[in-house]
Design a protein around this ligand. Sequence first.
Ligand code: MN
Length: 238
Amino acid sequence: MILFISDLHLCVGRPETTAAFLRFIDGPARQARTLWILGDLFEFWVGDDDLDDPFHARIAEALAGLSHDGVDIRIIVGNRDFLLGTTFAARSGAQLVTEPALIEAGGHRIVLMHGDAQCTDDLAYQRFRRRIRSPLCLALLRILPLKLRRALARRIRQNSETARSYQPGQFFDLNAQRVETIFRTSNADWMIHGHTHRPACHILNVDGRECQRWVLADWHDKATWLQVGDDGIRPLSE
Ligand SMILES: [Mn+2]
């Protein structure tokens, strides 16, 4: 059985979500063979040197416990936590995977991603994404002191509350043509992603093949996930 979660947006300011996460890790996640985290586990992540923060250390420790119990943990980064790196992964017993990832499960070929890269109709967001994730900017972020990176993250989040273009999920969906192209080139028949906070199962016809696009829900005060097993795919929550 494989479980998929995304968009927890964990941060100190959301203790209910953190509690739900810890319950999920101690409960349903223990039954899984693999747990996929498809982006935005954290509300923001400014670099793995922020693991000294007790809150971050606690989350990593919870994941490490799960991994220690034999659950395979895979992480695809989201737009909020794209700076999650190998130190965090090692500390959590998780493996970072680049998107799009392809897996076979439940008799299906499934393509996995966070989803923001496919929201191509949101030009302002894509411009921002290209800039912040350019090699130059990433190199700069790597040398900036932690304090400055924290301040920068705060600034970006404040901006996203005023200029809503940085919250693409609320207004933009994945571009339909991009989705079709991904189904075509990957030959997958299922897609699982998060980011838009609009949980759904979209049925598409791609060159005569029935394809399903499953969208994960974001978390608030309870855990919510997709379960894939021999009996198919099911959206579940606490
Ligand atoms: Mn996102």
